[in-house]
Design a protein around this ligand. Structure first.
Ligand code: ADP
Ligand code: RBF
Ligand code: MG
Length: 183
């Protein structure tokens, strides 16, 4: 364990957020549920900040019309935990942006050239928060926020590509969890 209590493991339903449209921001984030969640530490004690890690979306209800470009695969994630100080949220959120590999058709598909999958609301996310990147900031304007998040995405990809025991262990856990584990 370190000062940020990392890694943090989470299994949760993907819920709707504030509908403020990070898709218009060009960077969708899969919001984790406050209620339908199993987490290796208590939600209220999660330290706020911007992190990187790994996430995988699974469909525990076994629907058939699913977009299998996102389902099942381990994705690197750039993750926001906190109150989005640009917006002064009252509730803490955990919001990973899942990053497709460079050659994937959905990579660079959004308006800011980041990953845009089809929606996967109500599916289950298996998430490991592996490393800390920076604090959350109240940026002056959406352009500065977007530029900072794009840098976070590059940092997340680079760090996730380094092979060390924690990274390998957490990628392996995200890959092998059934999404039904109690953490
Ligand atoms: P909300 O405020 O409801 O979270 P967003 O604009 O942040 O809305 O969009 C989030 C939704 O977009 C996710 O729940 C998911 O269904 C979908 N989505 C598409 N691509 C991604 C991605 N690369 N990372 C995370 N979510 C994505
Ligand atoms: N919101 C902030 O207010 N300040 C930030 O510094 C900030 N950094 C983020 C970094 C990443 C990697 C991600 C995915 C989100 C970040 N956000 C930040 C959250 C952003 O405001 C939020 O995802 C959108 O408002 C949509 O909910
Ligand atoms: Mg979101």
């Amino acid at each position: 364990m370190n000062e940020h209590n990392l890694p943090i493991r989470i299994i949760s339903k993907v819920v709707r957020g504030y509908g403020r449209g990070s898709k218009e921001l060009g960077i969708p984030t899969a919001n984790v549920s406050r209620d339908d969640i199993s987490c290796s530490m208590s939600f209220d004690h999660l330290p706020t900040g911007i992190y990187w890690g790994f996430g995988r979306i699974v469909d525990l209800d076994g629907g058939s019309d699913d977009d299998d470009s996102v389902l099942g695969k381990v994705h690197t994630a750039a993750i926001s935990i906190g109150y989005n100080p640009m917006y002064n949220n009252k509730e803490k959120t955990i919001e990973p942006h899942l990053i497709a590999t460079a050659s994937h058709p959905q990579r660079h598909a959004s308006s800011t050239k980041e990953t845009l999958f089809q929606d996967f609301y109500d599916k289950t996310i298996i998430l490991s928060v592996v490393g800390y990147l920076r604090p959350e900031f109240p940026f002056e304007g959406l352009e500065k926020l977007t530029a900072a998040i794009k840098k976070d995405i590059v940092d997340a990809e680079n760090l996730a590509g380094e092979s060390n025991s924690t990274t390998n262990q957490e990628r392996e856990w995200v890959q092998s969890s059934t999404g039904k584990d109690i953490l």
